[in-house]
Design a protein around this ligand. Structure first.
Ligand code: AR6
Ligand code: MG
Length: 323
């Protein structure tokens, strides 16, 4: 179960998420046609030196955003608690919070309000009365899918707890559950044996809301040549199934998953983060193109090497938690 290959998948998933996030970030908010005309995405990704933020000429840097920063908070919580404890997780989110990392509008207001000592529930409901249905709970959830990969009921339950620290709307919560389940399935499917319909059927069986039901049902009935997209927005129901679709349509290529995530336009960093966390969980670290991974920011303690270290710790604690 928790062998060397699995360790490599933990690393692949978390670094994959960070690379997808950081590579997608410069394109966030652009339309697909704009990206196509300036790119296309494949060309941009093949020549990152020419297109990405350059800190100094010798080392271009891919800078990650809120997606990765919040994933780090979830990883730390699982390493420390072996489950999601809401209070602990919220403290980690607030510890890492850097408003310059592209956080969603609602989350920025939420974290600012919490500093004024109102209760979490009151703060959440003062922003969106029914809670947020942003994709923020899904974008950060990969470590939950990895840690509980062999127990899908637990994946769902812990993903729900992790979501509700900031996202209580049923669509925001279900988006997180769906992505965590997808990561767990990707991490436990032997490489090269993914069966698209089985994978999607298992997700659909565990999905309740009509939105996610019909999207997964539709996805099962089309192949990748049919140009249907389930959205590219910051809402969970306009991005989570899009990310799943990119993974199941290009299961054997991390690069293709990333390329097509960016090609969608819109919320490129988060769609790429989600889709690449799936691809990395399935293919492992070596599938991440080195010419991109090497550019991922590496300041201590939470840069490229720090994330790899956290992934290894997560793997070790997941193994320990079985005994
Ligand atoms: N009613 C109307 N709009 C909503 C609602 C609602 N109940 N919930 C969410 N939105 P947010 P996140 C819209 O702010 O989920 C970053 O760029 C609203 O437009 O709760 O953490 C990340 O990289 C809101 O601003 O934050 C991700 O791309 C948006 O959904 C994304 O934002 C996001 O919800 C994650 O955002
Ligand atoms: Mg982001």
């Amino acid at each position: 179960m928790f062998d060397d290959q699995m360790r490599n998948r933990f690393i692949g998933s978390l670094l994959g998420l960070a690379v997808g996030d950081a590579t997608g970030a410069p394109f966030e908010g652009l339309t697909a046609s704009h990206i196509y005309q300036t790119g296309p995405a494949r060309k941009l990704l093949e020549n990152p030196r020419e297109y990405f933020f350059v800190k100094d000429e010798s080392s271009p840097t891919l800078r990650y955003t809120d997606d990765t920063q919040m994933m780090i908070g979830i990883t730390e919580t699982l390493i420390e608690c072996h489950e999601i404890q809401s209070d602990y997780l919220l403290q980690r989110f607030l510890f890492h919070y850097d408003p310059n990392r592209g956080y969603g509008k609602g989350i920025r207001r939420l974290f600012t309000k919490l500093r004024r000592e109102i209760s979490l529930d009151e703060a959440i409901r003062s922003i969106f009365p029914d809670g947020s249905f942003g994709n923020g709970a899904a974008m950060r959830v990969a470590p939950v899918g990895l840690f509980f990969a062999f127990d899908l009921d637990r994946v769902e339950a812990e993903a729900e707890v992790s979501a509700k620290v900031t996202h209580i709307h049923p669509l925001g919560v279900e988006g997180a559950k769906l992505l965590a389940l997808a990561v767990a399935l990707a991490a436990t499917t032997p490489t090269g044996t993914l069966r698209r319909d089985d994978f999607l059927r298992q997700l659909q069986q565990r999905t309740q809301t009509e939105e996610f039901q019909w999207q997964l049902e539709t996805l099962r009935n089309i192949n990748r040549d049919v140009p249907i997209s389930f959205g590219n927005g910051a809402e969970a129901h306009r991005s989570v199934v899009s990310a799943v679709q990119l993974f199941v349509d290009y299961p054997d290529s991390f690069f293709s998953v990333l390329q097509h995530s960016i090609g969608l336009g819109g919320d490129t960093d988060t769609i790429a983060a989600m889709a690449c966390s799936l691809s990395g969980a399935y293919l492992g670290k070596d599938a991440i193109p080195p010419h991109l991974l090497d550019f991922l920011e590496n300041d201590q303690p939470f840069g490229r090497e720090g994330i790899e270290f956290l992934a290894i710790r997560l793997f070790q604690e997941a193994k320990l938690s079985l005994f």
